[in-house]
Design a protein around this ligand. Sequence first.
Ligand code: SF4
Length: 226
Amino acid sequence: MNKEAYLEYLKERKSSHKKNYYLLSLEELERIKKGYPIKPKLLLHACCAPCASWPLEFLSDHFEITLYYANSNIYPKEEYQKRRDELERFVQEVWNNKVSIVFPPYDNIAYTEKLAPYKDDPEGWERCFLCYRMRLEDTFAYAKENHYDFVSTVMTISRQKDSQKINEIGLDVQKKYPMIQYFVSDFKKNNGQVRRDELVKEYNLYHQDYCGCVYSYNERQKKLED
Ligand code: SF4
């Protein structure tokens, strides 16, 4: 890993020259309200129930939403299943048939092979950028095949994840899909995180204590043993 580049990135992450993707998302919602006679179709990548909770509230008046649970990063399989079941329970309980979920195939072995060259990266660096990209690429490919108007991801709600990067990657992947728009977001802003935490409590949602991949799992195990 390039340590200098990483330190430079961390410095830049704290800087104030960042795009306000929350305000941009509000502007986009205004445009959508005026420009679409019926709600456009949004394929929303979701990693778990807690992270999907507030984005669904925030977006449901503006889009016809399908959640896309593309998370082959999650290790082990039992954990993938646990998060999946919890997302299904939450959507059935709260959103009934207003929101549907698609579960693409799970292949953690192939996914981990792709992440392996970056296995020693700290969380939040290039391994994670690749991980965001792979899941967004999968989401865009499905959206194209199934004629969605917009793609987005709930991942920007996480304090641990860099929303600037996620949006940059989303906009970059979008270039290959001119018929689909990437909906930029920063769901943690304007008390999004607070509302998320309230919903986690209200619906007693399972809340994992590591991000997902085997590397973050091992890191968590190490901390528990220390
Ligand atoms: S820490 Fe999270 S975002 Fe980063 S590679 Fe692992 S699963 Fe993906």
